[in-house]
Structures are given as C-alpha cells and as structure tokens.
Write a protein that binds this ligand. Structure first.
Ligand SMILES: Cc1cc2nc3c(=O)[nH]c(=O)nc-3n(C[C@H](O)[C@H](O)[C@H](O)COP(=O)(O)O)c2cc1C
Length: 325
C-alpha cells in the first residue's frame, strides 16, 4: 500500500510503532521495521545521550530498514539534555523522529538541518496545527482511546480524525485504539495516511518486555483501563491493578489538594519493575482500551502481514462489493 506516509518515511506499510517507555528498545524497533513498518526507539528510556547512541547502533545492527526515535517533552524539574539526545540522533543517521508532549521547537533546527523528518504526536487539532506551523512534516493524531497520555480534551478518534483531516495540510496517521485491518481502513477512510499503534505492539513475540505484561494485555478487556492524574492535568490511561486503584482512592480522598508527591509510590520509577521484572502490581503503566481487541502474541511480521491482508480484503471485497450490489 502506498500513502503519503509510506512515501515520506520510505516504508512498505503505513504502520508505525509509537515510542513506548521501557518497551521501545532496539529489539522492538528493529522487529517492526524488518516487518515493513516504522519501528521507533524510545529516546528517554535511555539514561543518557551516549546510551541512546548505543541503542541506535544496536538497532542498526538488527535492521537495514528505516527506523525512528521518539523524543517526549515532559514537564520536569531537571529536564533531560534534549540537544544532546538530538545530536545522538543526527550522528546515528536516524531519518525519522517522533516528537510528543510539549512543543518540540527547541530541537527542530538541529533535526531538520540534518534532513530528519519529524512526526509530532498530539491529542488535539490545535496542537497538530501548531506542529504544522513550526515545520513538523507529519502528525500522529492520538485519540482519547489511546494508551498513555490522551490530553485533557477527551475527543475520541471518530471525531478527532475527520477534524484533523479538515484542518491539516501535512499528512497524519491515526493513533489510539488501532489493532487490525479494520482500524487501518477506518483510519484511511477518515483521512489519515496510516496508523500508529502502541499497546498492540507490546503483545508481540519480539516486544522486549516480561511475559507477565503480555499476559496482562491478553487478559484485559476494553473495560480495564483507568484514567489517572486527571486532577494534576497530566492524565494517563493505564491498566487497572492494585497500585492504580490505590492511587485513584488517593485522588478521591484528596480532591483538589492532590500533589504529585502523594502518588509518587505508584508512578515514580515503576516502569523497569513492571516491564523488565514483570511485577504487575508495582505501579501504573500505560495501556490502551484496545487491549479488548488483543487476543494473541504474534510476531511483528505476522501482525503486520495480517493487518495488511485484512485491510485489502475489506477494501477490495467488502467495500467494493457494497458498491457493486
Ligand atoms: C507502555 C506504554 C508506554 C508509552 N510511552 C510513551 C512515551 O514514552 N512517549 C510517547 O510519546 N508515547 C508513549 N506511549 C504512547 C504510544 O506511543 C502511543 O501513542 C499509544 O500507545 C497509542 O495508543 P494505543 O496504545 O491504543 O495503540 C506509550 C504507550 C504505552 C502503551
């Protein structure tokens, strides 16, 4: 399939694996890229710019296909050294960067001067328009369904994607709630040029996470995610567990007085314990409602091939058949 996104990123299929903390290691990105999608290394999971440079080199050893790096801009007391990370990306010869969170403008010149294509992930049309205005090449439009940070507008993709299509001039992919060929065809119908998946890619053979994480996604239904940190305006969609329910109880008790410090035990430094050690009640971890559509652990190639053949089947038979009837 050829779309503006496959052309822009020089990939075979219009499917991107979004940056994921403690999931987006070289193994994950290489597996997706080798299967014809765009794999993405999560920049800030690497503790320093030197570590990121090593991770990029490791990924390069595992694939000769294009892959990207995610740079997430979060509010932080001591922000990461973004220019150093950007330099590692440029020197590593990476051709695509997925930015997310706050305005990525400070690193755009260094990345764009190196000819790197920027896809900015955002949860509202106004942020996508802002990304377009500062020179981003594409957008990843992340609906309310998504795992991770859906923002505070709560607009699901059935509305958000056509709104983005009406307003944007740069191409965009649909993100949040995407799992299969049906998701891809629906995204294309609503004006997207492809789709971005997070949660679905965790439940693959190659995802470098503990088996307990994959099992938790398989066991979960679409009813099992929760929104945490709403009172802090830092909403995150996570899979429910003991720690999450404890955190939500604190939110209910403290109301408007809730401070970030109150929930530190449930959110700070928990990713390695969950993703690497498989301690599934250690804290809150991002997971999308799409868990309800995930029932197996294929290889990335099986997953992407299946998505593409299902999409072709829907377009060529079901939809074309409707016109012929
Ligand atoms: C475990 C996990 C960790 C994530 N970490 C990040 C991150 O560090 N930076 C980022 O931009 N997005 C992050 N995301 C969001 C994904 O890149 C993607 O936008 C989202 O998962 C799409 O929704 P889906 O899970 O319904 O496919 C994360 C998602 C998950 C599930």
């Amino acid at each position: 399939m050829k779309t503006a996104i496959t052309e822009m990123f020089d990939i075979e299929h219009p499917i991107i694996q979004g940056g994921m903390h403690y999931v987006g290691f070289a193994e994950m990105a290489a597996a997706v890229s080798n299967a014809g999608g765009l794999g993405i290394i999560t920049g800030l999971t690497q503790k320093s710019a030197d570590d990121l440079a090593n991770e990029i080199a490791r990924c390069r050893d595992m694939t000769d296909k294009p892959f990207g790096v995610n740079l997430t801009f979060l509010p932080a007391l001591t922000p990461p050294d973004y220019p150093a990370y950007a330099k590692a990306i440029v020197e590593g010869g990476v051709k695509v960067v997925e930015t997310a969170g706050r305005n990525p403008q400070p690193v755009l010149p260094i990345l764009k001067d190196a000819g790197i294509k920027i896809i900015h992930k955002c949860t509202s049309v106004r942020h996508a328009l802002k990304a377009q205005s500062i020179g981003c090449d594409a957008a990843s439009v992340d609906g309310f369904e998504c795992g991770g940070h859906p923002g505070e507008d709560d607009i699901p993709n059935m509305i958000l994607l056509p709104r983005a299509a009406d307003e944007l001039e740069i191409p965009f992919v649909a993100s949040g709630g995407m799992a299969d060929g049906r998701s891809l065809v629906a995204s294309l119908a609503m004006g997207a040029e492809g789709m971005n998946m997070g949660t679905r890619f965790i439940a693959t053979q190659e995802a470098p996470v503990h088996e307990n994480v994959k099992a938790a996604i398989l066991a979960a239904t679409e009813l099992d995610t929760r929104l945490i940190m709403r009172p802090l305006r830092n909403t995150e969609r996570v899979l429910t567990n003991e720690a999450v329910e404890r955190l939500l109880e604190k939110e209910r008790e403290l109301g408007a007085d809730l401070q970030f410090e109150d929930i530190l035990p449930e959110v700070a430094g928990v990713y390695p314990r969950i993703m690497t050690q498989g301690e599934m009640d250690a804290g809150a971890w991002s997971c999308g409602m799409v868990a309800g559509l995930i029932h197996d652990i294929p290889t990335c190639r099986e997953l992407i091939d299946r998505i593409m053949s299902q999409a072709e089947e829907i377009i060529a038979r079901r939809l074309t058949g409707l016109l012929e009837a």
